[in-house]
Design a protein around this ligand. Sequence first.
Ligand code: GRF
Length: 217
Amino acid sequence: MSRRRAAILISGRGSNMAALITAAQDPAYPAEIALVVSNRPDATGLELAGASGIPTTVVDHTAYGRDREAFERALQAEIAARRIDIVCLAGFMRLFTPWFVGQWTGRMLNIHPALLPSFKGLDTHRRAIEAGVKIHGATVHLVVPETDAGPIIAQAAIAVRDDDTAEVLAGRVLALEHRIYPLALALLAAGRVRLVDGRCLIAGAGAPDEALIVPGA
Ligand code: GRF
């Protein structure tokens, strides 16, 4: 089967983008990264993508003022020109209109640095610490019009430590993000994700038995 063509949308440093690029360098990986788009010309991830030989482009949202649909049409044109099958949001800091989301139903992924549906929105690590949760993590989900909602494909969890700061916790969660985003894209690209009653069922996937219990003994 030919590889699915994925575009990655970024706004900043692009460490999840880098994890996806690395995974897709394996010829057996079911997706290739065919385009990286940033809405910010100064996104540091652009350089890294270019150095990996991936076509990059900037669609600067500030050029469109308050006209969100005009921005999205320009974005859609760039993506369509590369015959993209799957869009991966990776630290892309713009909210979409239902029109754009509707172009990519079931074919657009997002990564969120929390165990959804907890801690939607920004500043998730500080809020998790303040809430006193013992377990925190990251989620990859299909994008729907509602922000930080949508059927979940993969999650990963770690223990929150008593002395964690938001920065330290963010670092441990980010390491998990870099594992589950390539996993989730591979599952979607390989056609192993089936939507049933609003849930993603994953064909041929095992579920580890070990429980994560916090605090440990
Ligand atoms: C990640 O924490 C991701 O979960 C969130 O934005 C951050 C992007 O980081 N959506 P990077 O640009 O991938 O390094």
